[in-house]
Design a protein around this ligand. Sequence first.
Ligand code: ATP
Length: 306
Amino acid sequence: LIQLYVPLNFMGTLYREIKQAVTDIEMMFGLLERDPEIKDAPDATPLAIRAGTIRFEDVHFHYNASRPILKGISFEVPAGRTVAIVGPSGAGKSTLSRLLFRFYDIAQGRITIDGQDIRTATQASLRQAIGMVPQDTVLFNDTIRYNIRYGRWDASDDEIEEAARNAQIDHFIRALPQGYEAEVGERGLKLSGGEKQRVAIARTILKSPPILILDEATSALDSHTEKEIQDALERVSRGRTTLVIAHRLSTVVTADEIIVLDAGTIAERGTHGELLARGGLYASLWNRQREADEARARLAQIAEDE
Ligand code: ATP
C-alpha cells in the first residue's frame, strides 16, 4: 500500500502545484487574456531575486499591430518601494501588470527585475516572485480556510488565521456560525467585493512574494470598508516592491511615485502633493473623483435620512 501511497501523494502535491500555477494566472486575468505563444526561452533560467527592483525601459506594446497601447514607457519601482499607475480608463494601466507577468511579449524595450530581462527567466519563477491582489477575486467553492490556504498550501492553521488578522478579515470570519469552516463561493456564502478582496490579501500575505501588484477595485466601496482595505494593503505592501494599478485614486496618496499614464505615454509623474500642485491631468482626475465621491456620500446620507 505504501508503494502506491507515495506516488499518489506525490501526484497530489504536483497536481496542486500545477493547479495553483494555472489558477493563479486564470484568476488574475482570465485565460483568454494571454498570448498562447509565450513560451520559456530554451535557455531560460529561474529568476534570481535579490532586492526586487522592477524597471520598464522604453517599453512599446500593442495587442494588435494597428493600435499601439504603450508608446515608450520608462519607470522604475525601486526595491521595497511603491509606485502607483493612474490615468483615464483605457490608458494602459492593467496592461502594464500583464506585461510584468509576461502574459505578452513587448514589441520594443525591456522589462527587468533585478537587472534580468524577464524574457530570459522561466515563467514559473517569474510568477512565483509576484503576488497579485486582483480587483475581483474568484473564490473556490470550498471553506474560507481553504480559500486563504491557497496562498501557500503548507501554511498552518495559525498562519492562516494570522494572515486573516493582518488582512482585517478575521473578525468577519469569526462572526460566521461556522467560522473558518464556512463554505463560500457559488454554492456557499456570497462575500461582498470588499470581503473577497481581503481574502485575496490574506492569501498574498501567506504567499509572501517579494513583488506585489495591487489592482485597486474599480467600484467605490463604502468608506469604512475602503479604510479597512487600505490598511490591509498597506500592511501587505510594507517592505515589498509594489506596483499599484489605481483605477480609483484612493490608495495612491502615500505612493513613493505616481505615474500618470495617458493614451500609452507618461503624461506626468511625481508624488501626490507635487502632482496636485501642478494642476494638470492628475489634479483634474483627483478633483473629479472627489466630487463624485462627495455626491455619492450625499446621496447615501439622503437615503439614510428617509
Ligand atoms: P481601466 O482603468 O478602464 O481598467 P486600463 O488603463 O487598465 O483601463 P487596459 O486594460 O490596460 O486599460 O487597456 C488599455 C487598452 O488596451 C484599452 O483600449 C483596451 O481596450 C485595450 N485592450 C486591453 N486588453 C486587450 C486585449 N486582450 N486585446 C486587445 N485590446 C486590449
